[in-house]
Write a protein that binds this ligand. Structure first.
Ligand code: FES
Ligand SMILES: [Fe+2]
Length: 470
């Protein structure tokens, strides 16, 4: 039976239990040339029902208003990476869903997040990230210290009604893990480590705190933030939207996992032929050649000039051959011992999402981060992509590169620093405006989801409902 053949459920089989025939995730974890971490051999799928999803949630202004009131203030939001504000006095302006924050590095290395609004007549204190010894408002000159305490009010005689300790900048909670800085407006809910579970455990090996942002591109996308994010939560679309990946991407054999309300993951196989393709007469070398041509992640650290060509020795699979070469070239590149690192951690797409709008890639390949933020209306969003590069132990951590901002009419391929990813995102972008238009035009008012491959979409939409219905 091939990937296209429908199958009747067996007598004792449950909805959500069907899987694509062929070598699945667990089979390839068992066949890895190294022992993979135990969690990569564990299933965390949960069947969450098969009900359709309403289209209104993607475009109705009332739904966006409800998200602003009941969702965003209560969740941990990825706001910055540590390398954006390494020195005391460095600050980052982080804005989302109508709020604006100043993340400020303190003298003791802590990071505090203040609402970036002057308490006089409401001007934003800062509009760009930078360094400051004080935050003086450009309108009338009220100023605050980096710890949020009031510093000065010009013509103080006219403000005798204001007490200093009631004029501190309002503050949000800050959580830090793995080089990532999160903010949460409300002072309630789970601690960050609990919220991120099991990411801190899984990423212990992959050490994102030793990585820095070396490419950072944002783009305005004419689609709702959830619709855009959900286009990156399954490998199901790859066969039709990204056909060039099929020679080396086990798309339909990807595995999908959910944990609690806030984390899910897809683990997607690379270095194997898609179950959608006929493997007859396809050599292992062909798989590798296509992988190098269209994926570019054999060992290149997103530096095309460092791309390593892989020759598949007789008797070896493409996956093992790429693993062998990546293991050696990463060891050289990062001056670390990779000899016990599995093939999976060197080439698979181990993509985790943190509710509501943040995604990070695990493994030892250069990590990719996605971040989606609502735009000024429900029909637009801003998608940000970063490449994290692993540093050698003897290298000083460089500062974060500046963000490149692409407008509505620019293309992901206008950011050459994204390499072949730019082409892949342009293919996704070919769908998104028409997804948004279709969701609004829909006469059924519903969309349907696959029970397995689209479980992450349902999981996060369910969690949104949990927040909105609290
Ligand atoms: S609005 Fe900031 S000092 Fe007046
Ligand atoms: Fe895609």
């Amino acid at each position: 039976m091939d990937a296209e053949t429908p199958r009747d459920l067996g007598e004792n089989e449950m909805l959500g239990s069907a899987r694509c025939p062929g070598d699945g995730w667990i089979d390839l974890m068992e066949a890895d040339s190294r022992e993979v971490p135990a969690f990569l051999k564990t299933e965390h799928y949960e069947y969450l029902g098969s009900d359709p999803i309403s289209t209104e949630r993607y475009w109705h202004p009332d739904f966006a208003t409800a998200e602003n009131a009941k969702l965003w203030p209560y969740v941990w939001q990825f706001a910055a990476r540590e390398e954006e504000l390494p020195e005391p006095g460095d600050y980052v302006v982080f804005e989302n869903a109508g709020r604006s924050y100043l993340l400020v590095r303190q003298e003791d290395g802590a990071v505090r997040a203040f609402h970036n609004v002057c308490l006089h007549r409401g001007r934003k204190l800062r509009t760009e990230s930078g360094w400051a010894s004080e935050f003086t408002c450009p309108f009338h000159g009220f100023s605050w210290k980096p710890n949020g305490e009031l510093s000065n009010i010009p013509c103080r005689w006219d403000f005798q009604h204001l007490e200093d300790d009631k004029m501190k900048l309002p503050e949000a909670s800050v959580g830090r893990w793995g080089g990532y800085i999160f903010v949460r407006e409300a002072d309630e809910g789970p601690a960050l480590e609990e919220y991120l579970h099991p990411i801190p455990t899984h990423f212990k090996r992959w050490k994102h705190e030793e990585c820095v942002t070396t490419a950072w591109v944002a783009k305005v996308v004419p689609a709702n933030w959830k619709a855009t994010m959900e286009a990156f939560m399954e490998s199901y679309h790859a066969y039709v939207t990204h056909p060039q990946l099929m020679p080396f991407h086990g798309d339909a054999n990807a595995s999908y996992h959910v944990w609690g309300d806030h984390v899910n993951a897809s683990w997607s196989l690379f270095g194997v032929i898609s179950p959608h393709l006929d493997p007859t007469n396809k050599s292992q070398q062909w798989i590798v050649d296509e992988f190098e041509r269209y994926n570019g992640r054999t060992a290149d650290n997103f530096d095309a000039s460092a791309q390593v060509h892989v020759e598949v020795p007789e008797g070896l699979t493409a996956r093992r051959a790429v693993g062998e070469v990546a293991r050696l070239s990463y060891a050289k590149l990062y001056d670390q011992d990779f000899s016990d690192v599995s093939d999976s951690e060197l080439m698979d797409a181990l993509v985790y999402n943190v509710f509501p709008n943040f995604s990070l890639w695990g493994g030892f390949t250069p990590s990719i981060i996605y971040h989606w933020k609502p735009g000024p209306d429900p029909d637009h969003c801003i998608m940000e992509v970063r490449i994290l590069t692993r540093m050698r132990p003897d290298q000083p951590m460089p500062r974060c590169v500046p963000r490149k901002f692409l407008g509505l009419d620019e293309k992901w391929t206008d950011a050459p620093e994204l390499g072949v990813l730019g082409d892949v995102f342009e293919q996704d972008n070919g769908n998104l405006p028409y997804v948004q238009q279709g969701l609004k035009a829909s006469v059924t008012g519903q969309i349907q989801l696959g029970n397995y491959q689209e479980i992450r979409v349902r999981h996060f939409e369910n969690t949104i409902d949990k927040y909105l219905n609290r």
